[in-house]
Design a protein around this ligand. Structure first.
Ligand SMILES: Cc1c2[nH]c(c1CCC(=O)O)Cc1[nH]c(c(CCC(=O)O)c1C)Cc1[nH]c(c(CCC(=O)O)c1C)Cc1[nH]c(c(C)c1CCC(=O)O)C2
Length: 359
C-alpha cells in the first residue's frame, strides 16, 4: 500500500515546485543529474559491498544513497536512487550492471519475434516495488527538506537499450528497426509507453513530488524519426499520467522532459505539455530560450566536465550560463549526468554560485 501524500512531513524548500508552476522562488533552485553516485566517497563505500541492482531494490539502501548528496550539499531537490533499466527488467529482460562497462542485457531483442519474450501484462507495482518503497521511505526521511523526484526512461530510450543490449555509440541496431519494422516499432513503443505511464502514476502515489522523463537517446534520431517515434509518445506520457492521477483524485506533479541531443525539437517539446524542459550541455542557453516558447521553464545545462576545472573556472562558467538563461523560469542543473571522479569541491562551488544570485 502506498502512503497518502498528506502523511508526509511538510515541505520546507519549495523553490523548484514554485518555478515549475510559474511562480517566483526565493532562490534559483538547483539539483544535479546523477547527484547520488560515483563521485561521492560515501556512495563508493556502500557500492563496494553491494551490486548496483541490489542497491536499487533495497529501499533502506536506495534511500540512504538518495540522501547522501542532500546531507552534503545545499541542493533544492532530491532524485530517487534507481535506474531507467528497471522497466526492461520488469518486462522480463535480464539487466546486469557491469563495473567499468555499464548496463548489459545479455539477451537483447534481435527481431520483432523476440518481443514475445516481454510481458506487458506485468503488475508494475510488484516489479518495481523496491523503487516505489524507496520513494515512500525517502519522502519520510527527507523530513520535508527538499522535494523528491521520481523518473523514468522514455520509450525510445528503453527500446534502444533492449535492442542494443547495452550502451552503443551509434544505436544503429535499434534505429534499423524504425526503418525495417515501422509497424512493429510503433507497437513496441506504445506498449512500453503504457508501462511507463503506469510506473509514473505509481511513483506519484508512492510520494514522488516531481517526475523527470529521460529521452537520453534522442541524439541518435533524425528530426523526422524523432517526430514520428518520440514526440507523440512523450506527449501521451504527460497527458495520460496527469489524467490518470486526476481520475484517481490525486494531485498531479510537475513533469520535466529531458531529450538529450534533441535540439531540433526544442520548440515542439516546449509545447508538449511538460512543466519544464531540460536542455543538454550542447545547446547555448540563449539559443534554447529563443527556440522554446516564451515563458517556458528551462532546466540545465552546464557541461558536466566544467566541474573538472578549478573553483574559479567553475564559478565563472556557472555565472555566465545563468546570465544567458536569465534568473526567471529557470532551474539550474548540469546538461547531463555528473561524472565519476568529479571533485566534490567543484560541486560545492557550483551550488554556491547559483545561490549567490539575488532574485
Ligand atoms: C541512460 C540512463 C541510464 N540510467 C539513467 C539514464 C538517463 C540519464 C542519462 O542519460 O544519463 C538514469 C539514472 N541512473 C541513476 C539515476 C539515479 C538518480 C540520480 O542520482 O540522478 C538516474 C536518474 C543511477 C545510476 N545508474 C548507473 C550508476 C552507476 C553504476 C555504478 O555504481 O556502477 C548510477 C549511480 C549506471 C548506469 N545506468 C545507465 C547507464 C548508461 C549506466 C552506466 C554509465 C554511468 O554510470 O553513467 C542507464
Amino acid at each position: 500500500m502506498s502512503t497518502k501524500v498528506e502523511e508526509f512531513p511538510p515541505l520546507k524548500n519549495d523553490a523548484i515546485l514554485k518555478v515549475a508552476s510559474g511562480q517566483k522562488p526565493h532562490r534559483i533552485p538547483i539539483w544535479i543529474m546523477r547527484q547520488a553516485g560515483r563521485y561521492l566517497p560515501e556512495f563508493l563505500e556502500i557500492r563496494k559491498h553491494h551490486d548496483f541492482f541490489e542497491l536499487v531494490n533495497n529501499p533502506e539502501l536506495a534511500c540512504e544513497v538518495t540522501l547522501q548528496p542532500i546531507r552534503r550539499f545545499d541542493l533544492d531537490a532530491s532524485i530517487i536512487f534507481s535506474d531507467i533499466l528497471v522497466i526492461p527488467q520488469a518486462l522480463g529482460l535480464e539487466v546486469l550492471m557491469k563495473p567499468g562497462v555499464g548496463p548489459v542485457l545479455p539477451e537483447p531483442l534481435r527481431e520483432p519475434e523476440d518481443v514475445k519474450r516481454l510481458n506487458f501484462e506485468v503488475d508494475v507495482s510488484i516489479k518495481t516495488k523496491g523503487t516505489l518503497d524507496a520513494i515512500t521511505l525517502t519522502r519520510k526521511k527527507l523530513e520535508g527538506k527538499v522535494p523528491l523526484f521520481g523518473f523514468t526512461g522514455a520509450p525510445w530510450t528503453l527500446m534502444s537499450y533492449m535492442i542494443e543490449g547495452g550502451g552503443s555509440k551509434t544505436c544503429h541496431k535499434a534505429k534499423a528497426w524504425l526503418y525495417k519494422y515501422p509497424k512493429e516499432s510503433h507497437q513496441l513503443l506504445d506498449n512500453i509507453c503504457e508501462i511507463v505511464i503506469q510506473y509514473l502514476v505509481l511513483q506519484v502515489k508512492a510520494g514522488a513530488q516531481l517526475l523527470q522523463v529521460f529521452e537520453s537517446h534522442a541524439e541518435f534520431l533524425s528530426p523526422d524519426s524523432f517526430s514520428k517515434y518520440c514526440l507523440p509518445i512523450l506527449r501521451k506520457i504527460v497527458t495520460e499520467t496527469n489524467s490518470r492521477l486526476k481520475s484517481q483524485g490525486i494531485a498531479t506533479v510537475p513533469m520535466v522532459v529531458f531529450a538529450k541531443g534533441g535540439h531540433f525539437a526544442i520548440n515542439e517539446l516546449s509545447k508538449s505539455g511538460y512543466s519544464v524542459l531540460g536542455l543538454d550541455w550542447t545547446i547555448d542557453p540563449t539559443v534554447g530560450r529563443k527556440l522554446a516558447e516564451p515563458g517556458t521553464v528551462l532546466q540545465g545545462n552546464m557541461d558536466p566536465v566544467a566541474l573538472f576545472g578549478d573553483t574559479e573556472t567553475v564559478k565563472a562558467t556557472a555565472k555566465a550560463m545563468i546570465e544567458k538563461f536569465g534568473t526567471e523560469n529557470y532551474i539550474c542543473n548540469l546538461g547531463h549526468g555528473i561524472y565519476p571522479e568529479t571533485p566534490v569541491s567543484s560541486v560545492e562551488a557550483f551550488i554556491e554560485t547559483v545561490h549567490s544570485f539575488q532574485l
